[in-house]
Design a protein around this ligand. Structure first.
Ligand SMILES: Cc1ncc(COP(=O)(O)O)c(C=O)c1O
Length: 426
């Protein structure tokens, strides 16, 4: 099965001349199988069309922002109405207050909200507020957890200096003893403890937060006066209509949000408890586009959908249907796969696949059949998906397992990925 890709190839060639490497960041397809398109023409509901007109059921959802479906009519109408009135003006519109009110009423631990543009803005602000609140320097993060692309947290240290991370200490996610040890090492200089809502590192099985670990993080923050921060940028609103750690009954002091809070309109947020309000009000953070009104209006409409629709139950149900179906199909074709994390944010890895060549082979077959999956990053379901979409994905999976079995002896490691994994292990 061959996809047409001439437009994509032409764009890639033009891009190479005017964009470093032709593309950069997490949406570069340099580390994906060759069949993955780099450029897309449009998206609607649960589907994407690449620039050559190939249509895909999109299990990446823009790497998270698409929660209710691309071009959602009600959310887009709210954004369009605000667009007619003004967007990046000399000050914010009333939607800023409405959006903050809605977030504060939805998220149990939150008493205030601040807005920014990217998840990294929110995590960086959280770090600054923890330092300002405590007058201390050390920040504990879990090894391998992603908190953004600023010098203090980027997984690729090119262009940074050791001093950017001088006050970071690491622990192992879900391992209370290692958390205790990191906090001990920080001594009387601990400003904050960062926590992912669940372990959703790339290239590794996902795991849900253990309640004992989350409670220990809360206790340690309380005992030391440090702030507990949940980075809900990726998982926010996908696990709960509240902070994700409400699922283990632990309230952080700060939580970071982004990606889907306005269903793809560019905005992120930092939410906080009363005790951190004064520190939050004293740091200087801002940006030319942070207060633009269109994304705020889209955010208000998105939260109305959160409050009134069954999006969460639906994505969980469809995710479970997909998981069950894939489990059974993999067995039929004699493959052993691991499906980890919440069903609505699935990650699929193959057993005995240390260089990911089997996962790559299967993902490439899925993409050839119009199902956009990812071989090493967690995926996302959106509320625009239907039972028929999941059936289509399972049909494609059946054929993809079959093709994988037939091509098994020809599978080879992806050269770029092999080099990247080697540098990470160093
Ligand atoms: C958990 C987490 N934190 C922070 C970020 C950074 O968000 P952004 O890419 O919007 O800066 C991401 C992005 O993937 C993320 O998944």
């Amino acid at each position: 099965m061959a996809l047409t890709n001439s437009q994509d190839r032409q764009l890639r060639e033009r891009a190479r001349a005017v964009i470093p490497n032709g593309m950069y960041g997490h949406q570069s397809v340099a580390l994906l199988p060759d069949v993955y398109p780099q450029f897309f023409a449009k998206a609607e509901g649960a589907h994407l069309w690449d620039v050559d007109g190939n249509r895909y059921l999109d299990f990446m959802c823009g790497y998270g922002p698409n929660l209710f479906g691309y071009c959602h009519p009600r959310i887009d109408a709210a954004a369009a109405a605000q667009q007619k009135l003004g967007d990046a003006m000399t000050g914010p519109g009333p939607a800023m207050v409405a959006f903050a009110e809605k977030l504060v009423s939805l998220v149990t631990h939150a008493d205030w909200a601040m807005f920014c543009k990217n998840g990294t803005d929110a995590t960086t602000m959280a770090m600054m507020i923890a330092r300002q609140h405590t007058g201390r320097r050390k920040i504990v993060v879990a090894k391998g957890a992603y908190h953004g692309a600023a010098p203090w947290c980027t997984p690729n240290p090119a262009g940074t200096v050791a001093e950017d991370r001088a006050h970071l200490l690491t622990c192992i996610y879900n391992d209370s003893e290692s958390l205790d040890a990191a906090v001990r090492e920080a001594g009387d200089d601990l400003a904050g403890i960062f926590a992912s809502p669940f372990k959703h590192d790339a290239f590794a099985d996902q795991s849900l937060p253990e309640r004992a670990y989350a409670m220990r993080a809360r206790e340690l923050a309380d005992r030391t006066g440090a702030l507990l921060i949940v980075d809900d940028v990726r998982a926010g609103l996908r696990l709960a209509r509240d902070c994700s750690w409400s699922t283990v009954s632990v309230k952080p002091d700060l939580s970071c949000w982004g990606k889907d809070i306005a269903n793809g309109y560019p905005i992120s947020a930092l939410l906080g408890a009363e005790k951190a309000r004064s520190a939050a009000g004293s740091i200087y953070v801002t940006g030319s586009f942070w207060f633009a009104a269109v994304a705020m209006a889209a955010g208000v409409a998105t939260l109305e959908e959160i409050e009134t629709s069954d999006y969460l139950e639906k994505t969980v149900r469809l995710g479970e249907k997909l998981r069950l179906g894939l489990s059974s199909l993999s067995k039929t074709h004699d493959f052993s796969i691991r499906q980890t994390g919440p069903a609505q944010m699935p990650l699929i890895l193959f057993d005995e696949d240390p260089d990911y060549r089997v996962g790559y082979g299967w993902s490439a077959e899925m993409v050839k059949r119009g199902i956009y999956v990812h071989p090493w990053h967690n995926m996302f379901l959106c509320a625009a998906m239907t039972d028929a979409d999941i059936d289509a994905a399972l049909n494609a999976a059946d054929d993809s397992f079959k093709a994988l079995r037939a091509n098994f002896s020809t599978l080879a490691p992806h050269p770029g990925l092999a080099a990247m994994l080697k540098s990470r292990r160093r």
